[in-house]
Design a protein around this ligand. Structure first.
Ligand code: URA
Length: 193
């Protein structure tokens, strides 16, 4: 199967999944947000879950946090189309609440498959939910700590890629002091590709 076919198969599975978030998606006529970008990307960004703008359009990071992510990518001259952008949870949690552990458990296998298919060199996590999941899943649990200590550090996963925890762009919109840190951390990403 080609990468495209494998990624399409993931999309079909997510479309048909059961659960509260998927029920809400069907009721509200939202879309699942599978991910987008280059299927040969060196960098995969992993956010938390779609917000309202994303669920209305079926695309990741197209609202306010997405505008800031675009700005950060522009800052290091990396075209958005050359990376892959996804989330752990593929359906919108109501009122943008934090994803529940069982929701992460339900949707994370799709992220794992996306990583297997795309084989990025770098998995850049956005926010503490994706940081925690990815580091636990990929042999870096012993390195876990608060995101304020780990952001911008580069971890070698035994699975053959680097993991770089980053603050979530939405966090930097609410806490302006995080913005310069995100810009600095993006410079590190640039040195890794
Ligand atoms: N926040 C996320 O974590 N993901 C999105 O796709 C949008 C906002």
């Amino acid at each position: 199967m080609s990468k495209l076919d494998e990624l399409r198969a993931i999309k079909e599975e997510v479309i048909n999944i059961s659960g509260e978030l998927a029920d809400t998606r069907r009721k509200e006529n939202y879309f699942p947000v599978i991910g987008e970008g280059s299927h040969d990307a060196s960098i995969m960004f992993v956010g938390e879950a779609p917000g309202e703008n994303e669920a209305k359009r079926g695309r990741p990071f197209v609202g306010r946090a997405g505008k800031f992510l675009d700005e950060l990518l522009q800052f290091i001259s990396i075209p958005r189309e050359s990376v892959y952008i996804t989330n752990i949870v593929k359906d919108r949690p109501p009122k943008n609440r934090d994803p529940l552990p069982e929701e992460i458990a339900l949707y994370a296998p799709f992220l794992v498959k996306q990583i297997e298919i795309i084989k990025p060199k770098i998995v850049a996590t956005l926010g503490r939910f994706s940081m925690t999941y990815v580091m636990n899943r990929y042999g870096l649990d012993w390195e876990l700590g608060p995101i304020s200590n780990l952001h911008g550090k580069v971890f070698e996963s035994p699975n053959g890629f680097k993991v770089v925890p980053l603050y979530h762009p939405a966090a930097a919109i609410y806490n302006q002091h995080l913005k310069p840190e995100l810009f600095e951390d993006f410079k590190i990403l640039k040195t890794l590709i």
